[in-house]
Ligand binder design. Structure first.
Ligand code: NCD
Ligand code: ZN
Length: 338
């Protein structure tokens, strides 16, 4: 085999923000080109919390993706849902996404009282609808994920059949939690495999590296790396690519979110290659998600080649992760194989 070409079969992004309107038009084609499918987050200005909203957002995404073969797996924004509502939305969504109120971008409508979520969570368990969770408390910023582990513990213990996903884990403590709960899965971003808090705020403040959950210690980052490189069966790639216009990042009161969609696969290939683990990349970007979510993503081969390129400074109004850096792998071609 030509080792200068890397073929990824149906790579998946299991946590993606596509936004709406002009931003959607700008960013959707970038993900649709390099991924076979993605899980679309529902934190729009008006949260996606009804079947009607899911249907119209799905339509807007499909339109914005043009001719690319790409499946947007939709999610509902968590609130109290009736069984009828969930049953009728079931075919249209892959899961329900829970945000603690106010914890991140556009999450004001999220959960304020965790004692009150049991009825809806029990329905999700009964209907086998995955629950995706932004797991942060409102405590000290570096401890938020670890503090939230008690909620995950409660969910895992009280709803043993629930398909629970810890979104964008950023700590070694979350990995230890997964060891104790083999039925639970988690997504890991590219940036949490690369950054620690030092990169964000150790020198001059880097607003484009500011995201929720914030990058943690080098030890946390290294534990995440080691786990994904080893092909950890509970970890799925989810970019959490979250574009904000430049004026919302380079200002007083910087919005949280890193726009990584254009660099996700090439940079992952580089990281896995540097660790001599290219063989486990498909486990992380495809296989674990297919098994956990029981999905059949479109058959799409994505070919990456060893071809240096420089990441643009801007895509429209948005500055991408690794802007101005030279990457070793580039997307060469895609081929649908159905
Ligand atoms: C995300 C966004 O901008 O929508 N921001 C982020 O920092 N990750 C929301 C989220 O996933 O927390
Ligand atoms: Zn997100």
């Amino acid at each position: 085999m030509d080792n200068s070409i890397l073929t990824l079969q149906s790579p998946l992004d299991m946590h993606l923000h596509l936004r709406e309107q002009e931003m959607l038009q700008l960013v959707a084609p970038l993900s649709a080109r390099s991924f076979a499918a993605a899980v679309i987050m529902p934190n729009l200005l008006q949260p996606v919390d009804s079947l009607a909203a899911v249907t119209s957002y799905h339509k807007a995404i499909v339109n914005a993706c043009g001719a690319e073969l790409f499946t947007p797996y939709m999610t509902l924004f968590f609130r109290d849902y009736s069984k009828d509502e969930l049953m009728s939305a079931r075919e249209a969504v892959l899961g329900v996404k829970l945000y603690p109120a106010g914890i991140t971008t556009q999450s004001e409508a999220g959960v304020r009282d965790f004692d009150a979520i049991g009825t809806t969570v029990a329905l999700l368990e009964e209907l086998d609808i995955p629950l995706l969770v932004h797991g942060e408390s409102n405590g000290f910023v570096m401890d938020r994920e670890t503090e939230f582990l008690q909620v995950y513990e409660w969910l895992a213990n009280n709803f043993p059949k629930l398909r629970l996903v810890m979104e964008h884990i950023s700590t070694a403590a979350a990995l230890r939690f997964l060891e104790r709960h083999p039925q639970v899965a988690a997504t890991v971003t590219l940036h949490h495999l690369m950054l620690s808090l030092d990169d964000v705020a150790g020198g001059l403040l880097q607003p484009h590296l500011f995201c929720k959950p914030i990058a943690k210690t080098p030890q946390d980052r290294d534990a995440l790396r080691q786990a994904v490189f080893q092909g950890h069966p509970q970890l799925m790639f989810g970019s959490d690519s979250a574009p904000h216009p430049r004026h919302a990042k380079e200002c007083c009161g910087c919005a949280a979110g890193i726009f990584s969609a254009p660099v996700a696969l090439p940079m992952l290939a580089q990281l896995f290659e540097e660790a001599d683990c290219l063989d486990t990349l498909p486990i992380f970007v495809t296989e674990n998600a297919v098994r956990f979510y029981k999905i059949e993503p479109p058959a799409k081969n994505v070919y990456l080649g060893r071809q240096k390129w420089c990441v643009p400074e801007l895509y429209g109004m948005v500055r991408p992760f690794l802007a101005g850096n030279e990457l070793r792998w580039n997307l060469l071609d895609v081929e649908t194989t159905d």
